[in-house]
Write a new protein. Sequence first.
Lengths: 654, 207
Amino acid sequence: MVDKPNGRVPRLGGGIALLPLGPQGEKNGVDDLLAQGYNWGDITSFIYPMDDVINMKTGEFSPKKGLIPSSSSSYPTHEHDDDDLPALTVEEFLAESPSSYDWVVEGLVGKGAISKLAGQAKYSGKTTLLSHMASNVLEGTPFLGRATTQSKILYLTEQGRNFKEALASAGLDDPSVQGFHIVPIDRVFDLGWEALIHKVGRYCEQEGIRLLVVDTLIEFSDNEGDDENSAGKAKATLKPLKHIATTRNLGVVITQHHNVQGRGRGSTQYDGGVDILLDLRSLDSKESDNDNPNVRMLEGIGRGVGFKTYIKLTDEGYETLAAPAGALKDVSKNARIILRFLPILEAEAIAIAELLKTLEERDIKISRATVDRALKELKSEGLAESKGGGTSKDPQRFWRSEPIPKDKDDLADSETRSSSSSSQAGVEHDDDEASTPEKVIPIRPGIEVSKEPSTPKKEKKEKKKVALPTPEEMPERFDCYVHTEERLAACHTWVTEQPYVSIDIETKGKNKDEATLYTKAVIRGVGLYAEGKGWFLDCDHLDDEKVSSLLRELKNKPKYLHNSAFDIPRIYRRFGVLLNKGVRDTLIASRAARAGEWEENQRVGKNGKLITTRPKKSFDLENCIARELEVEIPKIKQTWMGPLTDAHMEYVTD
Amino acid sequence: MMSGLTPTIEKSLSERHRHMLEVESCIAPEVIAARGYWTAETVADLKGVDGISQNQYYAPALVLPIYGVDGEYRYSRVRPDNPPPNQGKYIQPAGTPNVLDVPRAVQSKVLDSNYGLVVVEGERKGDALASLDIPVVVVFGVWNWSCKAGKDTPYETQLLLPDFESIPMHGRSVAVVFDADIHTNRSIQLAVARFAHRLKERGAQLW
């Protein structure tokens, strides 16, 4: 027998092989590949799951984009023995084009996608940033306030000592760290780029790795001379990476140095050929932050991604600085300097005297009067908040805050400014803009409702015709609506009497396509149901403390939720009540009950052949109820930003 | 069908054919021996051999004995060094049905559902994998997994060969590893898609 590594039978998974064509388009068979030096492990990397190769809806051969063997020079030059153009219906296109990524790091690295991180060589701190990101991904903890999926990591590094320092900075210099695999460049010097990535793909599959970092791309690729400026060479360099990203469902990060213009070096194909562009840079003089070596601007652009954020390296790791880029444009240079020294948490708010002392220690010369003016300016821009009576015993103290949106666009888009797509309706728990005049007077302290929200002119005329019910009128139409303390008290009493309660929340603030749903969306309403009776708490008109008190009654009761992983953290975030005991999740129950089931539709195609499709099973509330209870609920998705309408209440009472 | 018959003559394998098998196809000598490849230098060598019929009388040629799922000899296929025009590279006895070929070196594993299974097109490819101890079955062409071969056969009537019924499939990982021209040939793509669906209907796991 030939070549049985370690005497073991090579692993065999099922699927369909897409073996690579030869350089001249030769139709290699498995024996040809063995003769060319491939081993069985190499060949298994060309075997893909059936549903990656065949469109399970139409039953036709239709490899997913990216399933292109790297040595295949002529793919996909179909010999069209018929005149078919592989066009898709809208339904098929939408089914093959997810609206967002399955994130490794929310908004930064998506599975099956390539993110390119560019920054100035030696100064920007790309490796340090990635080391900290790796540390969070290994533990599944948030990075820069963004959710991560706990994953193993393969890190290809060109650096020696510098990398060691970066690992130490991120706390990864501990021999007991598991799941972090490192390939120094000197170990793979003899491998060509395609061969290296081929091995990387296989290794990631074997080890269950979901995040790959190539730091830097140019050093590991086989680019030489002016190759970096060649669009063709760039495309060829990215091709095998795309292949393993999609076929192995890997999140891939490549790094690239800045050129003298402060952009990613080399061909623009490196920008066009990746999915997410990340740019890391020190702050220039216009941004007044040159004197703080640990503050950077991180910018991201891509599908569903668009942000500019200031980040700072601290002893605890990286943290985001609250000021979004757009808001800073409107404040003075001194105000921007002051902002950097304000704490993020209210509990750490500092007085002006402390601020002056800090500035003095940093040798920053700004007078007391200028500091006063700067703080006033920051407050007026919503970038800082203060508390305290302004007396010597209770001095006024300051901390950072998110800026108050000037209009609805800001509210819905306070983080994503540069390229994010417009928000889309039709997503449960999502929110969008409210475009109708606000008439209500809030009773919850601290909530200011714009009386004339900015509304696109075209829509204003039509919207004004709609007479919206006031909160006072709402209970007359819907007896479940709760917006006053009296009604909340009645609901509270009802809750205490129930043996169990079903809970559903409605959120506002962000949508999934902006990749910030899971960090930004806040609760607008809480629905409570039991024994045929329901309540809807309009939290924009209720005191959080009183709602918290009511929710605490539910702590030890059995609770029914649909997708509790979404609702429970948000309830906790807004009301500080963790309802994690006695949870019955109908989404999980339905998934468990229906595990392994396929739904098949059959139809006769244009050519008279039987076409079998297997649509993906949906587990949203509407479909679960239809499937399990055979009850249809007319769920027309609502947005929850502005005043509530009859449609909102019909939605929740369904 | 000539089930149960075995080649009755002792024949040798030429050096050129041994090179083709060992070097070009990476087949281990013991796997070559297990199949019993031999070289027909003249047509006379082919005459009178069980499982070889008149339509295969071309020489010089490589002769490939075919073994079924049960390990029994079925017939031989002939690969002329200079293939006649309008015939494939491999010539099958006239009137014989499609069968599955199972390399004898891995026959027991092919029948054991604890192992995964590979399906390839062509005996040499099958023997190359058998040399790695990989359970493999061979179809003689991308459509030859069915009695009713060809893209114009309606899918509804294009069923798996009866030989597949002897191979446990339910819950078994099965990989279809055809040649690289799957990228460019629509007929092969259709064949693979249909074959995969049929295997899946038998409970095979193609993922």
